[in-house]
Structures are given as structure tokens and as C-alpha cells.
Design a protein around this ligand. Structure first.
Ligand code: IMP
Ligand code: MG
Length: 189
């Protein structure tokens, strides 16, 4: 499925697999019997995952409130600068609540460690982390996710909300951008 000239996407996790896994993640979240549940989706990369996950949560019988926080850790291209900034904060009070932070990828862990510290410092009862993907062995800070969709190979992935320079977010699957007829992953654009 060519998207730009000489570019193809190699699919790593297809729509059906993601949908099935979202149902399992919703069931696992429900099994923890959350009280006064608040889902906080970390923008931008999590928007598609969060949209599907909260519908799976509804089907699982949960009634979360849903909020968004926009954090930025990547300043240029695909290289992390290590610094996390709040670009847009949530409006809701988290005191005493069970919060589930939803993000696309747990990589260095800096973004989610920052988000979890912030939510806990505001008095949340719990702040569990639910990510679609985890890249093992890439952690720069000590943090674990309670819920992980899939372990992801150490490649720069796109689709299902994840981007390179704001492109490819619309893809309904997760994949890797490659040159047509080339086995090697691109050093991104
Ligand atoms: P970290 O865990 O703080 O390093 O940051 C993870 C964030 O970096 C994710 O939420 C994504 O926004 C971004 N990110 C990391 N790896 C990838 C990738 O392979 N594709 C797209 N975005 C990525
Ligand atoms: Mg992100």
C-alpha cells in the first residue's frame, strides 16, 4: 500500500489484532475495580487508541470520565530531548480517584513518569498506565505500565495515531515506513 512515492508501510499490528487486544485491555482495567474512574489520554499519539479503548471499556461495562493532557517530549524528529512539557493540562480534579493514563508507546518512560508523578502529586488514589505498545530495553527512568497492548520491536513505528512529522496518523494499523524493495528501515524523513 504505497503512501508516498517509493514508500510502503510494513504492517506490524493489524486492525483485527488491535481491536481484539483493546477488548482484553478494557477487561483487565475493569478487573481492577476502579472507583470514580478517570481516563487521561496523553496527546497527541494516543488519540486513536484512546478512542477505541474507551469504547471497549464501555462494552466491558465501565463508565469512565475522559480527559486529555497534551505533553511533549520529542522536540525534533525522532530524537528525545529528555525534557517533558505540559502543552495543555486536564481540567478535572483527580483527588481520590482511580486514574488510567493512556498513551501510544512506553519507550524511555520519561513522558509517562512525568504524567504519573503529576497525577499522583495532585492526590489521585491510583494512576495506572495503559499503553498500546512497549519497547522493551529502552527505559531511561524506572517506570512500568500496568497494561500493555503489545511488545514492539525497536523500530520507529507509525499509524493508529502515531506519526512522523504529523503524517501517517490516519492509518488504522501500526506499521513501519520502508523504502519500496528495501529491507532496511528508513532513518526517518
Ligand atoms: P518516552 O517513553 O518518554 O520516550 O516517549 C514516548 C513517546 O515518544 C510516545 O508517546 C510517542 O509519542 C513517541 N514515540 C516513541 N517511539 C515512537 C515511535 O516508534 N513512533 C512514534 N512515536 C514514538
Ligand atoms: Mg506521545
Amino acid at each position: 500500500m504505497p503512501l508516498q512515492e517509493n514508500m510502503v508501510i510494513r504492517v506490524l499490528f493489524d486492525e483485527a489484532r488491535i481491536a481484539k487486544r483493546n477488548g482484553e485491555l478494557a477487561a483487565a482495567i475493569k478487573a481492577r475495580n476502579p472507583e470514580n474512574l478517570l481516563v487521561v489520554a496523553v496527546l497527541k499519539g494516543s488519540f486513536m487508541f484512546a478512542a477505541d479503548l474507551i469504547r471497549a471499556m464501555h462494552r466491558a461495562g465501565l463508565s469512565p470520565q475522559v480527559e486529555f493532557i497534551h505533553l511533549s517530549s520529542y522536540k525534533s524528529g525522532t530524537v528525545s530531548t529528555g525534557k517533558v512539557e505540559i502543552l495543555r493540562d486536564i481540567d478535572s480534579t483527580v483527588r481520590g480517584r482511580d486514574v488510567v493514563l493512556v498513551d501510544d508507546i512506553l519507550e524511555s518512560g520519561r513522558t509517562l513518569a512525568f504524567a504519573k508523578d503529576l497525577i499522583m502529586a495532585r492526590g489521585a488514589r491510583t494512576a495506572d498506565i495503559c499503553v498500546l505498545l512497549e519497547k522493551p530495553g529502552k527505559r531511561a527512568v524506572k517506570i512500568d505500565a500496568e497494561h500493555v497492548g503489545f511488545l514492539c520491536p525497536d523500530l520507529f513505528v507509525v499509524g493508529y495515531g502515531m506519526d512522523v512529522a504529523h503524517a501517517y496518523r490516519q492509518l488504522p494499523y501500526v506499521g513501519v515506513v520502508e523504502h519500496r524493495g528495501d529491507d532496511k528501515q528508513l532513518e526517518m524523513i
